[in-house]
Design a protein around this ligand. Structure first.
Ligand code: HEM
Ligand code: HEM
Length: 337
């Protein structure tokens, strides 16, 4: 409750501050000249607090719904729900926004000859920025309230699993978990595999819900990079409503541009294991259709599977011999056999 209150107050304070600045008439001292570009950027700056407030409200509603058991991870017959619809929408808002900003950013930096006029380039950049802003605020509000931390590594075991999974991608534990199912000769891979298992105590195909590679090499770098591009973007936007010092803006611009390069590289790092490792293809599909096959969870994410089974409601004892248990869980378990 305290967290909800805190987020709510933050949103209101932000709206009040920007509203007060926006209400000032005319050009602020130290602001750039009023052109069409100026007005477009100012519009996004003024819309920002409202976008964020809306994303916070939606996030709180989603967290409340999740607390009531709506849309979370669940066994659904021969499939398992891995992501709820809200997370999928937030992922794709973020991804579309990022790609739009990346492409327009590359054009603005003249990494590629400009193919559209400058104003359209900025409008697309600002639309992308709006999507990112909404998706990230929504993600933070939702998980801030619900306390969801599944993608943050919590133990030493996760580090060991990370090294093990990287060896798995190299094909050391057989072609099933390898990049493009590379079939290394057994004589070559088995001694290395035994050594890695012995040294790390690593057990292949024994993952929890999230792979250790996601917990270390995807989520934290994304969090840092998205945080950086967002904060620097907000500083750059702030100059359209506040007369902020020029050196702040030029430092933010410098970091914003460096982060552009890093985000381009990170997008490739994010997509390669999903596209090149056939064992991860069910995960790839899950970001479009929310679920993964139950068999896949049993085989590659057994620790998550165990947790899912534990969370199933205990079937009510049937009153007479031969009668069916009354819960959905029992129906579900039966359909999976
Ligand atoms: C993947 C995400 C993003 C990338 C790659 C990116 C990249 C860029 C690049 C290369 C420029 C042109 C050079 C410069 O002025 O720095 C730029 C400008 C700008 N970006 Fe981003 N950006 C991203 C996201 C954002 C976000 C989320 C915001 C706002 C919250 C934002 C706000 C701005 C602003 C205000 C400008 C400058 C407009 C001006 O004053 O001329 N950007 N961005
Ligand atoms: C710049 C754009 C993108 C960003 C910022 C982004 C960010 C994220 C983040 C933070 C996650 C949470 C888990 C993790 O970190 O691995 C995730 C999951 C995922 N992303 Fe992306 N993503 C982007 C683009 C894409 C694209 C283009 C694809 C596929 C073609 C994709 C496929 C996936 C899949 C399949 C998952 C779920 C993996 C699972 O179920 O464990 N992402 N993404």
């Amino acid at each position: 409750m305290k967290r909800v209150l805190f987020l709510g107050l933050l949103a209101i304070a932000w709206i009040a501050l920007i509203g007060a600045a926006g209400a000032q008439a005319g050009v602020l001292e130290g602001s750039p000249p009023q052109t069409a570009l100026f007005n477009d950027a100012r519009l996004l700056a003024l819309a920002t607090p409202f976008l964020m407030a809306l994303a916070i409200i939606v996030g709180i509603v989603q967290a409340r719904a999740a607390a009531r058991g709506l849309g979370g991870d669940a066994l659904l017959g021969d499939r398992v729900r891995r992501h709820d619809t809200g997370s999928i929408i937030a992922h794709w808002m973020n991804a579309f926004g990022m790609v739009a900003c990346l492409v327009t950013g590359a054009l603005l930096l003249r990494w590629h000859e400009r193919v559209i006029d400058l104003r359209t380039t900025f409008i697309v950049h600002f639309l992308g920025a709006g999507l990112i802003l909404f998706a990230v605020t929504n993600h933070l509000a939702r998980h801030g309230v619900s306390g969801g931390v599944g993608l943050i590594p919590k133990s030493f075991r996760a580090l060991r699993d990370l090294i093990g999974e990287l060896f798995e991608y190299l094909g050391v534990f057989g072609p099933e978990g390898a990049v493009l199912r590379i079939p290394w000769p057994k004589g070559l891979r088995q001694p290395v595999g035994r050594y890695v298992r012995g040294l790390l105590g690593f057990k292949p195909h024994d993952s929890g819900k999230y792979l250790a590679t996601e917990q270390f090499l995807s989520y934290p770098p994304w969090a840092i990079l998205i945080g950086t591009i967002l904060v620097t973007g907000l500083i750059k936007l702030a100059k359209y409503v506040y007369p902020i010092p020029l050196n702040w803006v030029s430092t933010a611009t410098y970091i914003h541009d460096l982060a552009t390069l890093a985000i381009g590289i990170m997008l490739v790092i994010h997509m390669l294991p999903l596209l090149l490792v056939p064992a991860n293809w069910p995960l790839l599909m899950s970001i479009f259709r929310t679920t993964v096959p139950r068999k896949y969870v049993e085989q590659r994410h057994p620790r998550w599977y165990k947790a899912l089974l534990k969370r199933q409601p205990v079937p009510v004892e049937a009153p007479a011999a031969g009668a069916q248990p009354a819960t959905a869980a029992a129906t579900d378990a039966a359909s999976a056999d």
